[in-house]
Design a protein around this ligand. Structure first.
Ligand SMILES: Nc1ncnc2c1ncn2[C@@H]1O[C@H](COP(=O)(O)OP(=O)(O)OP(=O)(O)O)[C@@H](O)[C@H]1O
Ligand SMILES: [Mg+2]
Length: 308
């Protein structure tokens, strides 16, 4: 099947000489939800901005539904809705007008029923006559989504859609994203949170320093990435990890005051029960314990190290 969006050997060097994207190739499939993960400055917004025609590409090419983003700008752009990372709106305009106006910008005939449904789906209907400056931050973000969907695009880009959005709204937003996908919209979103990608994405692309580190089916990637650490504060310091505990791959930290166990959260057995039993048998006592989910940054460091 032909990919809906095809990015081939794309690179981008900004004025001033900084290269934000190095030779990116990526195919986006019709109807999927692709999450782009990456630390600050990785190049996610740059990539999205190029596909949406906001930033000029350097080398390489991008096609959207077969249309070149430069040569066939209008055809490719009208297939796309973009919710940018930075919220920019006209503060004095009303919610209804701004969404209707945006639809018009794409040359679509007015369709008040569609706009009404959209605002209802985004829980903005009761604010339709409010000025944008009267909305809360989370409402503004939803308004941006309404604007992006105003011309009924086949593709929706969401750049950090849940930054500054509360937990329940976040769930609503993912509900909306799923409904959109069911209606046939292809969705590309960026996020810093693995949990979000885990909840919503079909595939995950990891970008670091302007390069695609990996693009993979979510389940597979989560299996690789989903490690967790159990840290034990020891009662007595250790010089080394006892031989009897070798199989757990423990690390001794903090001058022998802490033992750290890394395990895979997606495995059926984490090994924690067995480890605690083995510690007790070895006579190792601890004062406290805590668990940490590895952050995306940690995972990046690992992924990048693997690549070196
Ligand atoms: N207009 C610009 N001029 C010069 N450099 C830029 C410009 N826009 C972005 N950059 C640089 O390109 C790199 C990638 O930025 P980009 O905004 O694409 O990252 P990002 O992955 O979206 O990060 P974040 O998670 O913080 O949103 C950064 O080093 C940034 O400083
Ligand atoms: Mg960004």
């Amino acid at each position: 099947m032909r990919p809906l969006i095809s990015v081939v050997n794309l690179s981008k060097t900004y004025e001033g000489g900084f290269t934000a994207l190095h030779d990116i190739s990526l195919e986006i499939r019709e109807g999927e939800i692709l999450a782009l993960l990456g630390p600050n400055g990785a190049g996610k917004t740059t990539l999205i901005s190029i596909v949406c025609g906001i930033v000029n590409p350097g080398g390489g090419s991008v096609t959207v539904d077969g249309f070149d983003i430069v040569a066939d700008y209008r055809q490719s752009r009208e297939r796309i809705g973009l919710v940018p990372q930075e919220l920019t709106t006209d503060a004095f305009e009303s919610v209804w007008n701004t969404v209707s106006f945006t639809r018009g910008l794409f040359g679509k005939a007015p369709d008040p029923d569609y706009i009404e449904q959209l605002l209802k789906d985004l829980s903005l209907w009761d604010k339709k006559d409010n000025r944008i400056m009267q909305l809360s931050g989370g409402m503004k973000r939803r308004l941006m989504i309404a604007k992006a969907l105003s011309h009924e695009p086949r593709i929706l880009f969401l750049d950090e859609p849940t930054a500054g959005v509360d937990v329940s709204l976040r769930q609503d937003m993912w509900g909306l994203v799923r409904r959109l996908r069911e209606s046939g919209v292809t969705i590309i979103l960026t996020t810093h949170y693995i949990e979000e990608a885990e909840e919503i994405a079909d595939r995950v692309g990891v970008i670091n320093r302007g390069r695609i580190v990996v693009v993979e089916d979510k389940v597979e990637l989560m299996r690789k990435m989903g490690s967790k650490q159990l840290t034990l504060d020891l009662h007595d310091t250790l010089d080394q990890v006892p031989e009897a505990l070798a199989e757990y791959g423990l690390e001794l930290q903090n001058d022998g005051q802490q033992l750290v166990y890394t395990y895979d959260v997606h495995r059926e057995r984490t090994g924690i029960t067995a480890l605690l039993g083995a510690l007790s048998e070895a006579g190792i006592r601890f004062r406290d314990l805590k668990t940490d989910q590895s952050s995306l940054e940690d995972i990046f460091v690992n992924l990048v190290r693997e690549q070196e």
